[in-house]
Ligand binder design. Structure first.
Ligand code: SF4
Ligand code: SF4
Length: 252
């Protein structure tokens, strides 16, 4: 070792995970590149797949049922699990529902086994964490929609259409922005949307004999819950509903 190098070593310690080879050379860093799926299940715990048109076959076969799915409506705000951010859905998408409200796919069981492996969705087949991603291009055109699933049930399609007209997330976002500026008329609009969304649910259950689990696909998650991702919460006090900004401590 030259004198100059020795001086530098005295000032700065060069650390590598492996330490030093014999003599004074830092060991070469070693990386292992994964080349195949090791079935760790990470992707199934963090990122439920969006269904594409070919996945309708799994619904026809009964592998996927309406109860196992949830619709993310156009303009709905969704937490991005890995990024700890919120994103706005650019269009309607249908996803597999997480287990017990979590991001873990309901079909992941035991030792990281996919219960529907043979009929798993297109996105699950295409995903690899270790190589070039098979990009799903044209998601907007290729995504499965409620219109595809309920094509033979016009009464449900009509209800979905009406629900979208009466309480769209785009309209909710616009109205809440006005509420933040003190617009009382906009607050009425928000109440109307929440009321319609709340009342449409028991109506569907009663009139069409649907089960509660299907509502997540037919109408999506209740707006009085998803409003939290817009920065507000809804509290019930007797027969009244109160909307409060999330950061307001008052009344908690
Ligand atoms: S694709 Fe990657 S993250 Fe998913 S199970 Fe296989 S190794 Fe794990
Ligand atoms: S369907 Fe199977 S492969 Fe796809 S996320 Fe769920 S457990 Fe994983």
């Amino acid at each position: 070792m030259t004198q100059k190098k020795k001086d530098i070593r005295e000032k700065f310690e060069v650390l590598t995970p492996q330490g030093y080879e014999h003599g004074d050379k830092p060991m070469k860093m070693k990386f292992t590149k994964r080349t195949s799926c090791i079935r760790c299940g990470t992707c199934c715990r963090t990122n439920p797949p969006t269904l594409l048109k070919p996945d309708i076959a799994a619904l026809v076969a009964g592998t996927l049922t309406p109860e196992t799915l949830v619709v993310i409506r156009d303009g709905e705000r969704v937490p991005a699990v890995s990024e700890k951010e919120i994103y706005e859905a650019p269009f309607e998408m249908i996803m597999i529902r997480g287990r017990d409200g979590s991001a873990v796919c309901r079909f992941l069981s035991g030792e990281n086994v996919c219960e529907i492996h043979e009929n798993r969705p297109v996105q699950c087949r295409a995903y690899t964490c270790f190589g070039p991603q098979a990009t799903v291009t044209g998601l907007e055109a290729n995504r499965l929609t409620r219109r595809d699933i309920f094509a033979e049930v016009p009464v449900i399609l009509d209800l979905i259409e009406r629900h979208n007209e009466k309480c769209s997330y785009r309209a909710l976002g616009t109205a809440l922005a006005k509420v933040a500026d003190g617009d009382e008329a906009a607050l009425e609009e928000v109440f109307d949307m929440l009321q319609y969304d709340t009342e449409a649910r028991p109506f569907l259950l009663e009139k069409l004999g649907l089960t509660g689990d299907v509502l997540s696909l037919v109408l999506g998650k209740p707006m009085n819950e998803t409003i939290s991702l817009f920065g507000y919460r809804v509290d019930r006090e007797g027969d009244d509903y109160i909307i409060r900004p999330l950061e307001t401590k008052e009344g908690r």
